[in-house]
Design a protein around this ligand. Structure first.
Ligand SMILES: [Zn+2]
Ligand SMILES: [Zn+2]
Length: 455
């Protein structure tokens, strides 16, 4: 059988990437993530898949493909699908976002996970705090410029810029030709040159097939493209313009964003205060010198939530949290220093505002994507209610982790593959706009249908 690739997620949807690459009987999973709206017709915050049924409740709605030799004994033990020894040689991971990693928790831990060195640090930090879907798998680490072989396939991981450190695209040589896979990317972030490295490398390898993300390819022209530099400039203006508390929601593993707000705080004479989970991640990531993450204690402070007894006893906290207790800032500390603090607060921690009781007139910065679905709109309403409740002003400030449509078009032209499969997009058909010269074939993906890599 000629080498082929089959998509089981990321098909007509943003996120949920799940691909299977096969060559000469060797099978590799390329990303295995949770779709953003996976199962939302059947499950929500009050109705969840049952743990006891493992992958079974997800099979029911075709949220996971029923493929033999892929899932763990534990995930199958109470289902009517029998366990068999692994028939896959590896999971190769582009980056540590849940829409690329989430479903690995069901994969047989005998199957090794190949990921970038920074991704393995993020995994270690989360594995020790909130849990990681990579838990239990042997981890094989790579850096940009490395190459590794899995059976007849040779993988070249090349760094790309995205809203989490350690993101990669891959160029894979198979026995029937070369495939390029972008993962998630942008050119307008602080390390846009890395994505250009990927494009240059991929172009030289003359791929037959290009799988590219197209998150922002849509019917509406998404031209507004704020850079991270612009976010910093605006954040600095906001912070300098107020003597009150500033609090903000942003992804703690977006190290560019952490650095942006840290820089703005330093210039404005404020202290950035993060959650214990983010502090633990930053401490882990100091091992990656290229990232220049702020040091916990020296550069950023840690917010100390009340737990259990409410008296900040050591025994109220997990072992990984305890090192942060002595230096942590309580709600009362934040209230006393509200004009000197920039507090990172995720929505699920908003009840902390009840303890902090900030003076009215402060500013809330929503440094995340604007709502794009019903669930997002619900959360945005909730956030606005809290912001209004404490009498703060709401500001939206964000640089996307994804390239705008025009940049996706440039990548497609630049790599010049023979066939293009648009994934991680709701509008694969719109990629036709990038093919004015008709120099390649557009092949929108179909869930479960193999695409041949050979001629
Ligand atoms: Zn993604
Ligand atoms: Zn991503």
């Amino acid at each position: 059988m000629p080498p082929r690739i089959t998509a089981y997620g990321g098909v007509g949807e943003i996120g949920g990437n799940k691909f299977i690459l096969e060559d000469g009987g060797v099978k590799v999973v390329l990303d295995f993530g949770t779709g953003f709206s996976d199962g939302s017709d059947y499950f929500d915050s009050s109705v969840s898949p049952r743990w006891v049924n493992g992958a079974g409740d997800l099979f029911e709605f075709d949220l996971l493909p029923q493929i033999p030799g892929l899932y763990s004994e534990e995930a199958l033990q109470n289902t009517n699908v029998g366990y068999v020894e692994p028939e896959f040689d590896a999971v190769v991971l582009s980056h540590y976002h849940s829409d690329h990693t989430g479903r690995i928790e069901y994969v047989d831990p005998k199957i090794p996970v190949y990921c970038g060195e920074t991704t393995s640090l993020i995994h270690e930090a989360y594995n020790a705090s909130s849990g990681s879907p990579l838990h239990g798998h042997p981890i094989r680490k790579f850096r940009t410029g490395d190459r590794f072989s899995i059976g007849p396939m040779e993988f070249h991981p090349i760094h790309v810029d995205h809203s989490i450190p350690g993101a990669y695209g891959f160029v894979v040589h198979t026995s029937g030709g070369t495939v390029a896979y972008t993962g998630d990317f942008r050119f307008h972030g602080p390390a846009g040159h890395m994505t250009r490295d990927f494009v240059d490398f991929a172009r030289r390898e003359k791929p037959r097939l290009l799988l590219t993300e197209g998150t922002r390819v849509g019917p509406e022209d998404d031209k507004a493209n704020m850079s991270e530099t612009a976010v910093k400039k605006e954040a600095l203006r906001i912070v300098r313009g107020t003597g009150s508390l500033v609090f903000s929601t942003f992804r703690g593993n977006d190290v560019d964003r952490v650095n942006t707000f840290f820089d703005a705080c330093r210039e404005a004479g404020r202290r950035l205060v993060v959650s214990m989970k983010v502090a633990a991640l930053l401490e882990k990531l100091t091992a990656d010198e290229g990232l220049r993450v702020p040091r916990v204690g020296r550069d950023v402070d840690v917010y100390l939530r009340r737990k259990k007894t409410g008296k900040f006893d050591d025994s109220d906290y997990y072992a990984w949290e305890r090192p942060f207790i002595a230096k942590g800032l309580t709600a009362e500390d934040v209230r006393k220093r509200q004009g000197e603090v920039f507090l990172h607060l995720e929505a699920w921690n908003f009840p902390e505002l009840i303890d902090i009781k900030p003076d009215r007139g402060g500013i809330y910065i929503h440094a995340a994507t604007e709502a794009f679905n019903e669930e997002g709109e619900k959360e945005e309403t909730l956030i606005r209610n809290w912001v209004e409740h404490v009498g703060f002003r709401y500001a939206q400030l964000h640089a996307s982790g994804h390239a705008p449509a025009s940049d996706v078009g440039e990548l497609v032209q630049g790599i010049a593959a023979k066939k293009v499969v648009p994934i991680h997009t709701e509008h694969p058909e719109l990629f036709v706009q990038f093919n004015r010269k008709g120099s390649w074939v557009l092949e929108p993906p179909v869930r479960g249908k193999a695409v041949s890599i050979g001629p």
